[in-house]
Write a protein that binds this ligand. Structure first.
Ligand code: COA
Length: 183
């Protein structure tokens, strides 16, 4: 398997595979994935869009990650900005790359692919900081949380409720660069 940087067009061409990985990783059903197809399509146009894919030797998509420069006027940026005080907003959002999605097919999880994708993605941005949001969970029991803590992500905001989603989220961040390849 190999890590492959993707352009927006590359991701658009593999959108069905991306949604398949997304659906398996998050246990989302087709109606939720249809909504995601729309979101992802608009994200492809965002500034400094970067994406990375893990592809098997047979060409199957095993995982993907993408993000873009976080800027005022973007829904997520504005939600996070609203709960930060002035110094925190300046520290985290002045020059920030948002990790929007990071997923590995369940059959391929547990072998370090998620960490490799995260490091490769963050090596593609010159931004000063990175932020992401993830559902609140038991940090020791959640593979995503273990990954974020292992790679140095710290709490930026906890138990945040985004409009339209009943789940509390944590916003986690770290300064960049994050070494790649992993030490
Ligand atoms: C979160 C997610 C992306 C992590 O990807 P992953 O490939 O499963 O996980 P990692 O890269 O962290 O590696 C998993 C394990 O392999 C180990 N590992 C790391 N490098 C390794 C390597 N080179 N070889 C073998 N194992 C390795 C890690 O120590 C880790 O151990 P842990 O499970 O005890 O923490 C993936 O599990 C996923 O898609 N989950 C569902 C969707 C999700 O939660 N996405 C994030 C939403 S915010």
């Amino acid at each position: 398997m190999r890590l492959v940087p993707w352009t927006p067009d590359d991701l658009a061409r593999r959108m069905d595979d991306v949604l398949s990985v997304f659906g398996e990783a998050m246990s989302y059903q087709p109606p939720a994935l249809a909504v995601r197809r729309g979101y992802i399509s608009t994200h492809l146009q965002r500034p400094h869009f970067r994406a990375i894919a893990t592809v098997s030797t047979a060409g199957h998509l095993l995982g993907f990650a993408y993000g873009y420069h976080s800027e005022p006027g973007q829904w997520w940026h504005d939600q996070v900005s609203a709960v930060l005080d002035g110094p925190a907003r300046q520290r985290w959002l002045a020059d920030c790359f948002e990790v929007v999605e990071l997923h590995v097919r369940p059959s391929a999880q547990g072998h370090g692919l998620g960490e490799a994708q995260l490091r490769a993605l963050l090596a593609m941005t010159p931004a000063a900081t990175t932020l992401l949001s993830t559902p609140e969970a038991d940090e020791q029991a959640s593979r995503a949380w273990r990954l974020y803590r292992r790679t140095g992500f710290e709490d930026v905001s906890r138990h945040l409720l985004f409009p339209g989603d009943p789940r509390p989220f944590a916003v986690l961040g770290r300064s960049l660069p994050l070494p790649f390849p992993q030490p």
